[in-house]
Structures are given as C-alpha cells and as structure tokens.
Design a protein around this ligand. Structure first.
Ligand SMILES: Cc1cc2nc3c(=O)[nH]c(=O)nc-3n(C[C@H](O)[C@H](O)[C@H](O)COP(=O)(O)OP(=O)(O)OC[C@H]3O[C@@H](n4cnc5c(N)ncnc54)[C@H](O)[C@@H]3O)c2cc1C
Length: 463
C-alpha cells in the first residue's frame, strides 16, 4: 500500500489529498501542517465579518477521519531525506513516505524597514494576522505595498479604519497586475472615496510617536497611523529542503523547481502551489505564480501523478482578479503586451477600461476594469480568461471585437473557447471528486447580496 505524505494544508495540499483519495481508496495519506488547514483567499470574508472563524477552515475533524487521513496539525517539517523516504518534524518525530508532496506555500515578505517588527505592524497573510488586525482599535491605517494582496483585504481595512493610505514604491498602484491607464482608473476611484495614495516612494522607517506609528517616507513626508499593514510581496517556504538535494530556483523569492508532472529533482518528491516554480502556460518559463488557481491545478496534477497516473501539466496562466470599493479589475496572460499588438478602450468617467493583447489572430493577454456589480463585467472576466487560456484563433471575430470591445460574449462563444476549456478542467474527473460540503453539522445560511436586490428587486446598483 502506497504511503503518501503531504506537507501543507492550503489549497495545493488539500487538492492533492482529495485527488489521491479519489484515485486510490486504499492509499495511506498523512497531512502535516503547522497551521489549521484553510484557503487564505477566504480571509477577506472573515475580516469583513461575512463568515465566522470555523467557516474559514477547509474541513472539520470528522471529514479527515472519513477520508482516512492521519493529520499532524501544529507540527512543522524541518528536514527531508528523499533517499531514506522520511521527514523530520520539529517535535523530534520522524514520518516515513513512499511519495512526498511539499505544499508549504509562501509567507509575507518582510522588507528590511527599521521598526517593521514593532507593535501595531501586521501582515495580512495568515488567520492569526487577520485576528490580530481585528483586535486593533479603529483608527488610521497605512498599507505598505499597493499590490494584489493589499487589494483583496482593502474593503475590510476600510470598514475598520477612520482613514486609509497606501504607500507604494513603484510609480503606480497594482504594478504587477495593471498597466498605468488601468491603475489610474482604480487610483482615481479610491481617491474619490478618501483613500490617500503615495506612489513612487519608499517607507524608510516606522517609529513610535506617542504610542502611534510614524512612517518616514523616502520623499521626506511623514504619515501617522494606528495600524500598519505590510503587503510587500511573498517569500516561498523552501527552508525545509535545505540539505535534501532537492533543487530550487535562483535568487530571492525562488521556489522549488518542478517538471511538467510537478516532480522535483528527487523522483519520490513532488512540490505544488506557492512554494513551487512551475511552468507558465504562455511563456513556458519557470516561476512562482503565488495564486490560488495555480495551487489548485498543481495540487490536482501532483496528486494524480503521485498515485501513478501520468498527467502532464500544460502550465499555469498568469491571472489576477480583484474587487475593491465597488470596482473590479483583472488581468490575464501577457497583459502588459510590450512589443505586441495592443488595443484598448477607455470610458474614464465610468471607470471602464478594456485591453486586448494579440499575437496574430490569438489573444495572448488582456485586462478589464469596471464596476463590480455590472453583470457584463462579471461574466467578461471569465470569458477573457478563457480566450487567453485557450489561445483559440479568433478568425473574423478579432475584427468584430476591435469594433465592439465591450462584446466579448459573442467572440467567446463563436471561437469555441468553452469547448476547449472543458477538457482541461476535467483533468482528474469531476472538480468536486472526493469533496462536497465538509461541514455536515453546519446548517445552510444565506444572506441576500446587493446583487440580488439589483437584479430581482429593481433597486439600482450602489455607486
Ligand atoms: C488575504 C489573502 C487573499 C488572497 N486572495 C487571493 C485571491 O483572491 N485569488 C488568488 O488567486 N489568490 C489569493 N491569495 C493567494 C493564495 O491564497 C495563495 O496563492 C494560496 O494560498 C497558495 O496555496 P498553497 O497551498 O500553495 O500555500 P498556503 O495556502 O500558504 O498553505 C501552505 C501551508 O503550509 C504550512 N507550512 C509551511 N511550511 C511548513 C512546514 N515546514 N511544515 C508544515 N507546514 C508548513 C503553512 O503554514 C500553510 O498553512 C490570497 C492570499 C491572501 C493572504
């Protein structure tokens, strides 16, 4: 009987676990995780009070028992011996494996800013970080770093702050997700709502000022805050492979190198999710993607290969999707489009922006900005993703799209993108294989959304 050991209970580890169990009812599965198992992307809902703490967790103990998974929560793997087929835990225990999955994710990067470790400075990466933020009194909040993660928690921070400011070292907000035009739409929208944005400047020190935080900026300004949220990038948790012979990429922020089967340089060890440097779907380059869809795909492919299936992973699509303060923004693939054929459409007063990037007749990148509650916008996010992911030739529909940049729907249907996508989303059978609702003791609860009111009760969408 094959013994599978999974390190990390985030989305990559959970998807591998479910895939292994779905494909092999007899396998032994063990899970080691230093935190409770949950998906970090639900933390914004917890921070906003939309879900309670137990709903953050991926499953209850009964579910693990039902799936016959031996859990070691609260333990860390500190060393790996691929040749001997064992790992060492921080408590001194040794666990043996035939196949190991490293799904240890990443942590918030800590830039070398004096005062960063002091009181009143938090990350927004773990459940504990979220709890720490909720315990802080209401006041002024400064967010260091205006990237994707900061925006996922922005609504929650705004709801719990008297004033919110961003400090971003790059010349625009969301520099790794949007071009300058799209970022300017988001920035103008946020500033109209009273959020201050300081771009093109660093935070050089965080000091105490009568119990409050005083941030010294590179441009000479000072900002006072009651809470400082640091969201300045991520660092993959690769420390456990030191001395194991398992190969990692080069440079700061490098992950564990994996091949197109998610296998590391050790044949019996796989890696998945934020900790892994997998292939990019469009460029073929190896890099850490650090997004949930990549963690899910990696976990499923790794799990399938660990039980002996032969599943080749085509690669992960670069994508970011966020909604904050009533605006939605997303980008896919080569959204920057440097040196490529790029078409844009802008309605600045309504904060609507479309960007399509082409390689001949194929769309290879794109970005959208628009009001969150616009149904067209919501559907367009998925359709833009599908067109970039499949790279279907658009034929005459390319010219149609350029004349009608807000009508992705016809182009998506006519190009056959959905049909192509179906094959890859059913990689190892149904997406819910081995899953389903994992809290049998919880009754269903449902609050009507504003969207519901807009659609069914005839009330106009909020500004
Ligand atoms: C607030 C927030 C919002 C986000 N929103 C989105 C979003 O909207 N869309 C999106 O695509 N992505 C989002 N992300 C990113 C997404 O959550 C990550 O890409 C995803 O969690 C990666 O999954 P993973 O399984 O690789 O790693 P993780 O989720 O980080 O899980 C790894 C687990 O392993 C544990 N671990 C680490 N080292 C060890 C060890 N040595 N021994 C034992 N256990 C260990 C970690 O503590 C952790 O519990 C968000 C992230 C945050 C913080």
């Amino acid at each position: 009987m094959m013994r599978h050991l999974i390190v990390g209970g985030g989305p990559a580890g959970q998807c591998a676990l479910q895939t292994i169990r779905a494909l092999d009812r007899d396998a032994e599965i063990s899970l080691v995780c230093d935190e409770p198992a949950y998906a970090r992307m639900v933390l914004p809902y917890y921070l906003e009070g939309k879900i309670e703490e137990r709903a953050v967790l991926t499953a209850d103990t009964d579910w693990y028992a039902e799936q016959r998974v031996a859990t070691h929560f609260g333990s860390r793997v500190v060393a790996i011996d691929p040749g001997g087929g064992s790992v060492a835990l921080d408590g001194g225990e040794t666990l043996e494996f035939d196949r190991l999955l490293i799904a240890t994710g990443s942590r918030a990067a800590r830039p070398p800013i004096p005062g960063l470790a002091g009181d009143g400075v938090v990350n927004m990466w773990t459940l504990d970080d979220a709890k720490a933020f909720l315990e802080k009194p209401r006041g002024e909040t400064v967010i260091v770093g205006a990237g994707f993660i900061a925006f996922t928690v922005l609504d929650a921070i705004v709801a719990r702050s008297e004033k919110v400011s961003f400090v971003e070292i790059e010349s625009q907000i969301l520099p790794r997700m949007l071009d300058a035009t799209a970022a300017a739409q988001m920035a103008a929208h946020l500033e109209a709502r009273g959020i201050a944005i300081h771009t093109g400047t660093s935070v050089d020190a965080i000091e105490d000022d009568g119990g409050r935080r005083s941030l010294r900026l590179g441009n000479g300004e000072r900002l006072l805050a009651d809470a400082v949220v640091v969201a300045a990038g991520i660092q993959p948790n690769t420390e456990l492979v030191a001395g194991s012979g398992i190969t990692t990429g080069a440079g700061p922020g490098a992950g564990i190198l994996v091949d197109d089967h998610l296998q590391t340089s050790a044949a019996n060890v796989y890696a998945a999710g934020d900790v892994a440097e997998g292939f990019d779907l469009l460029t073929g380059e190896q890099r850490v993607h650090a997004i949930q869809p990549t963690a899910v795909d990696h976990g499923r492919v790794a799990g399938a290969n660990m039980v002996g299936s032969d599943v080749t992973y085509a690669g992960s699509l670069t994508m970011n999707i966020l909604a904050a303060q009533g605006l939605e923004a997303c980008s896919f693939g080569d959204w920057a489009g440097d040196g490529r054929e790029v078409h844009t459409a802008l309605n600045a007063p309504n904060r609507i922006y479309r960007k399509y990037v082409f390689d001949g007749n194929k769309m290879v990148g794109g970005a959208l900005v628009g009001p969150t509650l616009s149904v067209t916008g919501v559907n367009d996010v998925g359709m833009l993703k599908g067109l970039v992911q499949t790279g279907v030739p658009l034929g005459p529909w390319k010219a149609y799209l350029l004349e009608n940049p807000l009508d992705l729907r016809r182009v998506y249907v006519a190009s056959g993108a959905a049909k192509q996508l179906l094959a890859s989303t059913l990689l190892t059978g149904s997406a819910s294989a081995g899953g389903g609702f994992r809290f049998p003791a919880l009754p269903p609860t449902r609050k009507r959304s504003k969207h519901h009111e807009t659609l069914l009760e005839g009330k106009s969408a909020p500004a």
